[in-house]
Design a protein around this ligand. Structure first.
Ligand code: PGA
Length: 232
């Protein structure tokens, strides 16, 4: 089981330090845990989680090694900081920053080639689900990716992100099983995962972990979700 916390645009270095010191104390050795702070907070997170099993990943990464790409960060820059991996293709990047299946695939490939771990996000909007296009959307988004030992997919239905409308365990299971027919990699569920719904989602046979947004910002709720992922 892998539990990843996507902090989005929350927590600068000072708040990151406070959170990571708390996380160190939480003794989460029996579950794979990753935190994904904003770029400016990566260094402090790497420093404060050194010597633990908790990994630090970025929220995005560019495909070129360096160049005239204002606002972007390369794989070698992450590597130099000791960052373990990166999220790519989050729906907020696709929706607000024009990222496409094609450039998400370039980001994923560059990161994997550089030896980084990748969490690639896919998922349909409410409109797409209602018009019966879920499988077509997932097929299109996944067709740009290739299986790799360092790749996991996060199934994050857009209608469930930050809305409190979590997918039912059945909906998540169905989508995860479908994703695995297309790409043989572990699949995390994301979208309003909270301490009170994590257990039933993580119980589904094809749910291999969670990508947690809002509930990963609070130490107690994040560590509670991590503990629910420990096999009993
Ligand atoms: P949420 O976000 O848990 O706040 O819905 C999930 C995500 O965006 O990865």
């Amino acid at each position: 089981m892998l539990i990843a916390g996507n902090w989005k645009m929350y927590k600068g270095p000072a708040q990151t330090a406070e959170f990571c010191l708390g996380l160190r104390e939480a003794e989460l050795d029996q579950v794979d845990v990753v935190v994904c702070p904003p770029f400016v907070s990566l260094a402090v997170a790497v420093q404060l989680l050194a010597g633990t099993e908790i990994a630090v990943a970025a929220q995005n990464v560019h495909w070129e090694k360096e160049g005239a790409y204002t606002g972007e960060i390369s794989t070698s820059m992450l590597w130099e900081l000791g960052v373990y991996g990166a999220i790519v293709g989050h729906s907020e990047r696709r929706q607000h920053f024009g990222e496409t299946d094609e450039n998400v695939a370039k980001r994923a490939k560059a990161a994997l080639d550089a030896g980084l771990f990748v969490i690639a996000c896919v998922g349909e909007t409410e409109e797409q689900r209602e018009s019966g296009q879920t499988q077509d959307v997932l097929r299109r988004q996944l067709s740009a990716l290739e299986a790799d030992d360092n790749l996991v997919v996060a199934y994050e239905p857009v209608w469930a992100i930050g809305t409190g409308n979590t997918a039912t365990p059945e909906i998540a299971q169905e989508a995860h099983a479908f994703v695995k027919t297309l790409l043989d990699v572990p699949v995390l569920y994301g979208g309003s995962v909270k301490p009170d719904n994590a257990e039933e989602l993580l119980d589904q046979p094809d749910v291999d972990g969670a990508l947690v947004g809002g509930a990963s910002l609070d130490l107690d709720s994040f560590t509670t979700i991590c503990r629910l992922a420990i096999p009993s």
